[in-house]
Design a protein around this ligand. Structure first.
Ligand code: SAM
Ligand code: SF4
Length: 340
């Protein structure tokens, strides 16, 4: 797989089309920054320098105005993400305000975990109860090779979240051939022994990086087989959270593992309920489709609610039935600029 040679692992199950569709789209992932303190191989090129100028990022006030209109259109669930959301100053206060907005039912956070030791307690006090932490390896050296970061604060942050009692604390692991195959079972054991759910995620062509090549792709089916060397996987009919993961119980260990097969599962998009708001104010109906609606002119220099609602409605109406990852999709910008 590369940007010029898109992956074709399965026959096309679905095609894009403008969507008057049966899915209930009520979940918005909000990127509050494109900055990050790590450089994961699959996400951000090490020498990346294409930052959105700070004054082009939406302010928290502007994001909340956009969320309010989303709520009026039926959006109920929100995830704060990035880049690394915990590097943006004021994130705790923002989370508290988001949780407090009428009509907002769930707020969750995706983080690399590095700043949880400092911020988890404040987030808990702000009312946050749902956190996903990225953890691609347990071996510190492997962790560093993949993220260019230090694993210690991440493990410390996970422990702190457990102690605080977050009701949903999940681990996310991106599968990379020859990088973390050996880590799959140790990570599953790590999660099971702490009562945490872990999800294994297929590499997606969502960024400009040499890593996004077919030889680095490791499917969720292969990950399942690698776990089955040690334990039996029993399908469980669990709906944990709002995403597309399929869940299994490790019969002996008792832990729950989820698989997110965005590339190999041809029905992956069937139940998609989400849209994304980029850090620079673009409403994006689908991660794997370039269409975006620029909301910044609706909130800056002054809030224009009518125009904002029109843009929201146009984006919603145009949500494609499926991503284009199997159809020659070429990422236009890095994942951190879109929001994970
Ligand atoms: N910095 C936070 C983190 O790492 O969790 C939040 C943003 S990150 C972009 C959100 C999620 O996207 C992470 O779980 C990350 O592993 C995943 N991700 C990033 N690039 C990816 C890729 N090329 N394929 C699949 N998942 C990817
Ligand atoms: Fe940063 Fe998260 Fe991307 Fe890694 S996956 S570079 S931690 S934004």
């Amino acid at each position: 797989m590369s940007f010029s040679q898109p992956i074709r692992l399965v026959p096309h199950g679905l095609r894009n089309g403008s969507a008057v569709d049966r899915r209930k789209v009520n979940y918005l992932r909000i990127s509050i920054t494109d900055r990050c303190n790590e450089r994961c191989l699959y996400c951000m090129p090490e020498k990346y320098a294409g930052w959105v100028p700070r004054d082009e990022l939406l302010s928290y006030e502007e994001i909340l105005a956009i969320v309010k209109v989303g709520v009026s259109l039926g959006f109920r669930h929100f995830r704060v993400t990035g880049g690394e959301p915990l590097v943006r100053p004021g994130v705790v206060g923002f989370v508290e305000r988001l949780i407090g907005l009428p009509g907002v039912e769930t707020v969750s956070l995706s983080t690399n975990g590095t700043r949880l030791p400092e911020l988890a307690e404040g987030l808990w006090k702000a009312g946050l109860r749902r956190v996903n932490v990225s953890l691609d390896a347990l071996d510190p050296q492997r962790y560093r090779e993949i993220t260019r970061g230090d694993i210690d604060p991440v493990l410390e942050g996970i422990e702190l979240c457990r102690k605080l009692g977050f009701s949903s604390l999940k681990i996310n692991t991106v599968l990379l051939r020859n990088r973390n195959e050996e880590e799959i079972w140790p990570l599953a054991k790590f999660a099971a022994s702490r009562g945490l759910v872990i999800r294994f995620i297929e590499l997606m062509p969502v960024t400009r990086s040499d890593m996004l090549a077919e030889e680095n792709f490791f499917s969720v089916e292969e990950a399942k087989r690698s776990l089955e060397k040690y334990d039996r996987l029993e399908p469980v009919n669990l709906k944990l959270g709002l995403g597309p993961a399929k869940y299994f119980r490790l019969a002996r260990l008792g832990g729950i593992v989820g698989f997110i097969g965005a590339i190999s599962d041809s029905r992956f998009c069937d139940g998609c309920n989400k849209m994304r708001l980029t850090a620079d104010g673009k409403l994006r109906p689908c991660l794997g489709d370039h269409a975006e609606w620029d909301l910044k002119p609706c909130v800056r220099p002054a809030l224009d609610r009518v125009r904002l609602k029109e843009c929201w409605e146009a984006a919603l109406a145009a949500k494609p039935l499926a991503h284009s990852f199997r159809e020659g999709y070429q990422p236009g910008r890095v994942m951190t600029a879109i929001g994970g």
